[in-house]
Design a protein around this ligand. Structure first.
Ligand SMILES: *Cc1c(COP(=O)(O)O)cnc(C)c1O
Length: 433
């Protein structure tokens, strides 16, 4: 096995996208190889025993780790500025394990209501069945209301940098302060922003999750997720995480905070949850994701430029009743966009077609270049009506809390030439009235 070099580069993020992770030696493949192997060979039984006791570094079994996967984890940890990362089979698996790593039956956590619909289902329905309660922060709550959601069984706070599909920009620094005042970590889903637009650890977040299925892959080829550990949260001082600070009997009494220090959280997530639940990524998936990551910085730049131009065009169009894009000066989140995202946003725009639900459908059906897909956030321009598709399980109240109206069209602006994208939209809008 080829050990991954520790993250030590001071390269800029565009360079890291290309250069971090796989570091070949003399005569080795220049491109990250796919180690399509479930198993690894050892010179002695003693060495394997040490691996099982977490006393030696190395790969045991691909459910827990794999050299191809490890290189991509290394790259993503470096892009986010974390101490370690763990890939999973999907973004859903990442959100699930990020919470289950530190919350047990009887515990609860505080969560922004403006999050991805699949995450809402996971938290409000499936976690409830496991005895873990989500407490949503709904629009209009004061800080006092939010503080009142916490009790001594609250284990974390969860939010999305740019909410899918509401596009609210989460006030990371503010919520980090609230979370830390209750001795719990802030977990951020950074899927839409990517580390190119925002690195949540720089604003006090403790754990980052991604659906890598979106911009990180960027080509709509492979479903995946990742958890990144910022390494700064003091689990021992917080005094409420025995699973990290007391012996794990399934590893001969290992205490994660003692043995793994800053990487306690991410190590436990791997050696316990990935081992037991098995929602691991395939080496081939890691290879494809790595190809996407190599161009992430370049693609995000184009997504940002194209989407801002489209948003400005929509804002001026008489058949458009409203446009929501955080990088528009008219956006109520513009100040947060400047603070957290450098004044840019991703390719996703939401807007209302004048005439409501039926006009929105007519508009979608008239597009030619932009295709109707469930997926967002890849290289191709695409369009979706969330209220009748991705978010149809939500109640009307949950829809309002998630910031989604029945007239909302979600446009995922790709990296094609922007004049072709605008011409397509212009043609479709001319047909709605
Ligand atoms: C898509 C998405 C997820 C779920 O990821 P999958 O890879 O589809 O499982 C989670 N969070 C956000 C913000 C997403 O957009």
């Amino acid at each position: 096995m080829k050990a991954v070099t520790p993250m030590n580069s001071n390269y800029k993020i565009e360079t890291k996208c290309i250069q971090e992770g796989w570091k070949p030696e003399n005569g080795e493949a220049r491109v990250l190889p796919i180690f399509q192997s479930t198993t690894y060979k050892y010179e002695s039984g003693e060495h394997l025993g040490k691996l099982f006791d977490l006393e030696a570094d190395g790969h045991m079994y691909t459910r827990i780790s794999n050299p191809t996967v490890a290189c991509v984890e290394e790259k993503i940890a470096s892009l986010e500025g974390g101490v370690g990362a763990m890939m999973l089979s999907s973004g859903q698996a990442a959100s699930m394990s990020a919470v289950l790593n530190i919350a047990n039956s009887g515990d609860n956590f505080v969560c922004s209501a403006a999050i991805y619909g699949g995450t809402t289902n996971l938290f409000a329905v499936t976690f409830k069945r496991l005895g873990i309660e989500v407490r949503f922060v709904t629009p209009g709550m004061t800080d006092d209301d939010i503080h009142a959601l916490f009790d001594d069984r609250t284990r974390l706070v969860f939010g999305e940098t740019i909410a899918n599909p509401a596009l609210d920009v989460f006030d990371i620094e503010h919520f980090a302060g609230i979370a830390h005042s209750h001795n719990v970590p802030l977990v951020i889903d950074n899927t839409f922003a990517t580390p190119i637009l925002c690195r949540p650890f720089e604003f006090g977040a403790d754990i980052v999750v991604h659906s890598t299925t979106k911009y990180m892959d960027g080509h709509a080829t492979v479903v995946g997720g990742v958890i990144v550990d910022g390494g700064k949260f003091d689990w021992e001082a917080a005094g409420k995480y025995p699973e990290l600070c007391t012996p794990d009997e399934s590893y001969h009494g290992v205490v994660y905070t003692k043995q793994f220090g800053a990487a306690a959280y991410i190590t436990k997530a791997r050696v316990q949850l990935l081992r037991d639940m098995g929602n691991s990524p395939q080496p081939m998936a890691a290879f494809l994701l790595n190809m996407g990551l190599e161009t992430l910085a370049l693609r995000m730049e184009r997504h940002s430029d194209n989407a801002l131009a489209v948003a400005k065009y929509l804002e001026a169009h008489p058949n458009v009743s409203w446009v929501n894009y955080p990088a528009l000066e008219s956006s109520s989140d513009y100040e947060k966009c400047k603070k957290y995202l450098g004044g840019r946003s991703c390719g996703v725009i939401s807007f209302g077609v004048r005439g409501g639900r039926s006009a929105a459908m007519k508009f979608m059906n008239s597009l030619e270049l932009a295709s109707i897909v469930v997926h967002v956030a890849d290289a191709r321009t695409s369009v979706l009506h969330p209220a009748s598709t991705t978010h149809r399980q939500l109640t009307d109240e949950q829809l309002v809390n998630a910031g989604i109206g029945a007239d909302l069209v979600r446009l995922s602006v790709g990296i094609e030439n922007v004049s072709d994208i605008i011409a397509d939209i212009d043609n479709a809008l001319s047909k709605v009235n």
